[in-house]
Design a protein around this ligand. Structure first.
Ligand code: CMP
Length: 151
């Protein structure tokens, strides 16, 4: 089933010049970009986005980190996009992230783990609407999709 999911290239990814490399992996897999922008995340937006972690001991560090510099937010679309993107990103803990995944290839820290990706359909819908207005998401046809997804 076609899904949309939110990807955030975190401040470490932007500062390390890895935006193209990271977004390229999703494009290469065949996922379609339907939203894309550079964002300075406010503390309010960060606290809303990470509200589920509010009681965790790492919450303050997480908010400091995600607001420390610009991030790149993207929405991608494709079959089972939520799970496909999570697999491309790799496990949260860098020690467990498989080689070939983004974190497995580039991350050596738990907080600075380069990418956030929505983890379920409900959170994907919430997170997409938190970071994007409806008119910032663009529906369009790609000529090559017939040879990637069959539709
Ligand atoms: P992310 O997928 O953006 O979701 C929550 C983030 O919290 C996670 O990536 C990590 O970067 C960060 N984090 C920091 N410490 C921990 C921890 N002990 N357990 C899980 N996530 C952590």
């Amino acid at each position: 089933m076609a899904q949309r999911t939110l990807i955030i290239v975190k401040p470490d990814g932007v500062q390390r010049g890895l935006v193209g490399e990271i977004l390229g992996r999703f494009e290469q897999r065949g996922l379609k970009l339907v939203g894309l922008k550079l964002v300075s995340v406010s503390r309010t937006l960060a606290e809303t986005h990470y509200a589920v972690h509010r009681e965790r001991p790492f919450f303050a560090d997480l908010i400091d980190f995600i607001t420390a510099g610009p991030v790149v937010c993207a929405v991608v679309e494709g079959p089972e996009a939520i799970e496909v993107v999570r697999n491309l990103v790799g496990a949260t803990r860098f020690t467990e992230a498989a080689p070939g995944s983004i974190r497995g290839d580039y991350a050596l820290d738990l907080t600075m783990n380069l990418v956030h990706a929505s983890d379920a359909p409900e959170t994907a819908a919430q997170e997409v609407s938190l970071f994007f207005e409806p008119d910032e998401l663009v529906a369009y046809e790609r000529a090559g999709d017939r040879w990637v997804t069959g539709s």
